[in-house]
Design a binder for this molecule. Structure first.
Ligand SMILES: O=C[C@H](O)[C@H](O)[C@H](O)COP(=O)(O)O
Length: 231
């Protein structure tokens, strides 16, 4: 059911793509449906160029026959379409459940529009039930973790910081060669304060709060598609 909903949201987003667009291609199970839908349209004659947000998406897009570029060659994108782990009604997001937050944020920031596609279960009244991914440099991991814990304490936030691990038990390593600490916060009352203060900690590369980046969202529910913001 959830996969059918993800595909429905992705296919609606694919209809927004027109010839000549420079596209940011998101990462994750929902974004993969979008990449597949764009692949089908490319095989039907659509001309676009894509900038992938992960190695996994790059490989999928190549298999789909989508022309690819890099952000260095194509620094201004028209539209990025990506999934999310949570979003609220102000189009604030938590992303990074699949570990791709850093490239996703750089690509979204380089896009005129960012459209989130998700099944309706991702919509929440308040962010934070989904653990917030914080990407950190492996060097000095313990020091960085302690600095994050002190910051959370100073903001009266509680919650465990858990080093993300791969299936073999080793630390999960992102495409950028970093680790991820998942912050189990339960609720984030002041996302802007948390976002900006996390960015001040040496060793923190990026975090999964995407604030002011999404311009629209397509949410698929059992009752149909719900659109937020501008598509
Ligand atoms: O790092 C992964 C990305 O932020 C994904 O877009 C996010 O985790 C949502 O993934 P999915 O569509 O598989 O739920």
């Amino acid at each position: 059911m959830s996969d059918t909903l993800k595909r429905a949201a992705a296919e609606r987003a694919a209809q927004l793509v027109t010839d000549g667009m420079r596209l940011g291609l998101g990462t994750g199970s929902t974004a993969a449906h979008f990449v597949a839908a764009i692949g089908a349209r490319v095989r039907g004659g659509l001309k676009v160029v894509g900038v992938p947000t992960s190695e996994a998406t790059r490989e999928q897009a190549l298999r789909e026959g989508i022309s690819l570029s890099t952000l260095d060659e194509t620094p201004d994108l028209d539209l990025t379409v990506d999934g999310a782990d949570e979003l609220d009604d102000d189009l604030r997001l938590i992303k990074g459940g699949g570990g791709a937050l850093l490239r996703e944020k750089i690509v979204a920031s380089s896009s005129q529009r960012m459209i989130v596609i998700a099944d309706g279960s991702k919509r929440v009244p308040k962010l934070g039930r989904f653990p917030l991914p914080i990407e950190v440099v492996p060097f000095g991991l313990t020091a960085t973790e302690r600095a994050i814990a002190r910051l959370l304490d100073s903001l009266s936030m509680t919650g465990e910081l858990r080093l993300r691990r791969a299936a073999d038990g080793a630390p999960y390593v992102t495409d950028g060669g970093h680790f991820i600490l998942d912050a189990h916060l339960g609720r984030i009352d002041k996302p802007n304060v948390l976002a900006s203060t996390l960015n001040n900690i040496p060793g923190v590369v990026e975090h999964g709060l995407f604030l002011g980046l999404a311009t629209g969202a397509i949410l698929a529910t059992a009752d149909g598609l719900v659109e937020l913001g501008q598509l």
